[in-house]
Write a protein that binds this ligand. Structure first.
Ligand code: ADP
Ligand code: F6P
Length: 328
């Protein structure tokens, strides 16, 4: 059996929750137990370390959570952890609890925190990518993205039914913070006429031309997907600008919002959450630190956390190209 360099692992979820976080917590806890490592669940992300909200977990503590959305450990956005004093308090509490390594499940903010903690105090950390936004480098998937896209697509399909019955134009806003991954996936999956994302400059004129061309070719309804961080503003703003030029269009706006973050994780998310959770613990056992466990070509990989959170467009230009070809 693998010899472990760590004896006691703390696990937390932080930032925006994502479906599949529970499956990952379960995997981390059970892998620790399997290898004889003590495991502590930390409540409400970094806030729980500072406030000392920690509890030892066992294999049964994580029963019945595999299929549940949200996170049983709860999450938070903790400003205090961003400053040195907050991190010092957290470090002292971890030392008192005897925790000698951390698995942090979350997105880029969570990883920025993990990296700072690792750099400042030398505590071994392993990040597990879990965010509906899918905006991390070094992994082809983040836990929760698949489920969020499925949820968005199901909702947009329902909007399509009513849009086509009334020959209407809908502007549908999806989440993603500064990234257009959900928007692109949803746009291709639902046959959107256009998808506005942060990674590509789009003008109102572009949208107007696309809508007019669609009308000429006989489209009876049109869906425009607007990523919340898209270059033309919110769906409400885009709709208003388009209406100024095309006042005869019967245009409506739907903002999908937080419903995209909830719900039972897809089979895909449950499986990657399980794989990444096991690999996170095994990575720490091997002595890895300051890294993120990811999936590339469906194989487990480890990369520096600093690389995972490096900014810049990760959108595949081929996906963008396909979405344009198919929307004519
Ligand atoms: P996500 O992980 O979903 O991107 P956030 O951006 O809200 O979520 O980040 C989660 C938490 O990580 C923050 O509330 C804060 O506690 C911590 N964090 C983010 N950035 C830093 C940083 N530069 N230094 C220390 N902690 C950070
Ligand atoms: O990062 C996940 C996410 O849902 C983003 O898509 C969105 O911009 C943000 O979190 C919303 O955060 P909050 O729940 O704090 O409003």
């Amino acid at each position: 059996m693998l010899e472990s360099k760590v004896k006691h692992i703390g696990v937390l979820t932080s930032g925006g929750d994502a479906p599949g976080m529970n499956a990952c917590i379960r995997a981390v806890v059970r892998t620790c137990i399997y290898y004889g490592i003590k495991v502590t669940g930390i409540k409400r992300g970094y806030a729980g370390i500072i406030q000392n909200e920690m509890e030892e977990l066992n294999a049964r503590s994580v029963a019945w959570i595999l299929d549940r959305g949200g996170t049983v450990l709860k999450s938070s956005r903790c400003l205090e952890f961003k400053i040195r004093e907050g991190q010092e308090k957290a470090f002292e509490n971890l030392q008192k609890a005897g925790v000698d390594a951390l698995v942090t499940i979350g997105g880029d903010g969570t990883f920025a925190g993990a990296n700072a903690f690792h750099q400042n105090f030398g505590i071994p950390v392993m990040g597990v990518p879990a965010t509906i936004d899918n905006d991390l480098r070094g992994t082809e998937a983040t836990i929760g993205f698949d489920t969020a896209c499925n949820t968005a697509v199901e909702a947009i399909d329902q909007i399509r039914d009513t849009a086509s019955s009334h020959n209407r134009l809908f502007f549908i806003e999806v989440m993603g913070r500064d990234a257009g991954f959900i928007a692109l996936r949803a746009g291709i999956s639902t046959g959107a006429v256009a998808t506005i994302i942060p990674e590509e400059e789009t003008t109102i004129d572009d949208i107007v031309k696309i809508l007019e061309a669609g009308e000429l070719s006989g489209k009876s309804s049109s869906l425009v997907i607007v990523a919340e961080g898209g270059t033309l503003g919110s769906a409400i703003e885009v709709a208003a600008k388009v209406k100024e030029i095309l006042p005869n269009y019967d245009a409506k706006v739907t903002i999908l919002g937080h419903l995209q973050r909830g719900g039972s994780p897809s089979s895909y998310d449950r499986v990657i959450a399980s794989r990444l959770g096991v690999a996170a613990v095994e990575g720490l056992m091997e002595g890895r630190e300051g890294q993120m466990v990811g999936l590339l070509y469906d194989k487990i990989t480890y990369s520096p956390i600093t690389e995972a959170i490096r900014k810049g467009s990760g959108v595949d230009p081929d996906i963008l190209r396909i979405s344009k070809i198919l929307s004519i």
